[in-house]
Design a protein around this ligand. Structure first.
Ligand code: PLZ
Length: 455
């Protein structure tokens, strides 16, 4: 069965040449998407959900085109992955060339240069002016799992601390690290042992300064777990799924200092914040911290599955030879894509573009907030910006309003994602290849959707 009846619909080629416009030719889903989604319901496990009810056929610049010819404004980048832009020409070319050369040997069997080049690039561009090493994996969760393995081996200790509102993945250990039961954990236990949780810094909700929030967390680490038992502390420098929570100034620095003083490995999970997304190459750079280990994925390879753990050479080398790996980790096609993507991040003005997007989004959202106190907080860095929706009287999270606004935006052809422990945050994660016109049009639609939901 063909995916599309190509006799009647020409499938557009993706990439930046796609018409950069919002265009709705049907209601969403249109008939072709509806038919494909009906097959999804029959063939794909129900646990695998979807947010936008269309079947994608092409994407690039700032749009996603569906099977019916609708063109949607992309403010999600497939959850912060297509940061350089979908079907970026340099990535498409690198992937095609490598696929014609060889598709796989297994790096643990016959190594190849591109894996090593990715490691060299990550050792160079991640924060910290010290000797580093890297190991490559397939997904963010797998990188996190391996960072914990390495930290345990290095310290000879077992306990790991993650934070309130943290998200680190859906595998067993990373579910344990993740702070939110629904939809990520409920019914999927038992979870990995020796995982503990500390209080995070959430300035909009806790009102604490960075040092105050850090003191609260450090008290928990010392009294509930004991530094001598603790292998690693893992935190997202800006918490992603938990609500784009930017910690108060000084919070991360105090935690890093405490870890260093106590021989605890500090792991920054930059799977969502990495690679120019936040207007810096890594969010750790914004806060002036130098993690011992850093986990990356998502934006690293422009949409190909690749992930990494990078960090201090003496920690990365803790494992016996053969202790780290996997069949596909550092697949050559993914490595070719990553080298192309890192070239774009470093040389094509991506960091500057992320900062421009921050200014545009924050200005527009601030105007909306002035007229509507249900927008409780606007926060974030670069092209990772969020609005938190509340009951203006009590500041209580308003998940129903958030869901209604997001649904209305999607129906109008604007892909927005929600997040937050309380489900009351809309996050904006546009590809850095999007133009200002589409960004503005997207925010116009968010504003109209908000205005349309009665106060
Ligand atoms: N660490 C900080 O953001 C992935 C997951 C969405 P994988 N976030 C999006 C979902 O519902 O599954 C993420 C992250 C941080 C780790 C991960 C996990 O990365 O590549 O999804 O395994």
């Amino acid at each position: 069965m063909a995916l599309l009846d190509t006799a009647t619909t020409a499938v557009p080629v993706g990439g930046p040449e796609l018409p950069q416009e919002r265009r709705l030719v049907t209601e969403l889903p249109g008939p072709r998407s509806a038919a494909i989604l009906a097959r999804k319901a029959d063939a794909v496990a129900s646990g695998v959900g979807h947010t936008v009810p269309v079947a994608a056929v092409a994407a690039g610049g700032g749009v996603v085109v569906d099977a019916d010819g609708n063109s949607l404004i992309d403010l999600g980048s497939g959850i912060a992955v297509t940061t350089v832009g979908n079907a970026h020409p340099k990535i498409a070319a690198a992937v095609a060339a490598q696929a014609a050369q060889f598709t796989h040997t297994c790096f643990m069997i016959s190594p190849y240069e591109s894996y090593i080049e990715v490691a060299e690039a990550l050792n160079r561009i991640t924060p910290g002016d010290f000797a580093k090493k890297t190991a490559l994996f397939n997904s963010g969760a797998e990188a996190v799992e391996n960072a914990i393995k390495i930290a345990r081996k290095h310290t000879g200790r077992q306990a790991v601390v993650a934070f309130d509102h943290g998200y680190h993945g859906r595998t067993n250990l990373t579910m344990a690290l993740t702070a939110k039961a629904m939809p990520y954990k409920s019914g999927f236990g038992p979870f990995a042992p020796e995982v503990y949780r500390a209080a995070a810094s959430y300035p909009f909700r806790d009102g604490l300064t960075g040092p105050e929030a850090a003191a609260r967390a450090i008290l928990q680490l010392e009294k509930q777990i004991g530094a001598d038992n603790l292998a690693a502390v893992i935190i997202e420098p800006i918490q992603g799924e938990g609500g784009f929570i930017v910690p108060a100034e000084g919070f991360l620095n105090a935690i890093v200092d405490w870890c260093r003083a106590n021989g605890v490995v500090f792991i920054a999970d930059e799977v969502q914040t990495g690679f120019a997304r936040t207007g810096a190459m890594f969010a750790s750079d914004i806060f002036g911290i130098e993690p011992d280990l850093i986990t990356t994925a998502k934006g690293i390879a422009g949409g190909l599955p690749l992930a990494a753990v990078t960090g201090r050479a003496e920690i990365m080398d803790a494992s016996h030879s053969g202790g780290l790996g996997g069949t596909y980790g550092g697949n050559p096609i993914a490595c070719a894509a990553a080298l192309a993507a890192i070239d774009v991040f470093e040389n094509d003005g991506m960091i500057e573009r992320a900062r421009e997007i921050e200014t545009l989004l924050k200005d527009r959202l601030a105007t909306i907030q002035q007229n509507d106190p249900r927008v409780g907080d606007i926060r974030g860095h670069g092209a990772m910006i969020a609005a938190e929706f509340v009951d203006p009287e009590t500041n209580a999270p308003d998940a129903a309003l958030t869901a209604a606004v997001a649904k209305a935006c999607i129906a109008q052809g604007v892909i927005v994602l929600t997040c937050g422990t309380f489900g009351n945050v809309i996050r904006f994660l546009p590809p850095l290849s999007i133009g200002d016109d589409l960004l503005n049009e997207g925010i116009d639609i968010v504003a109209a959707a908000l205005a349309a939901v009665a106060r």
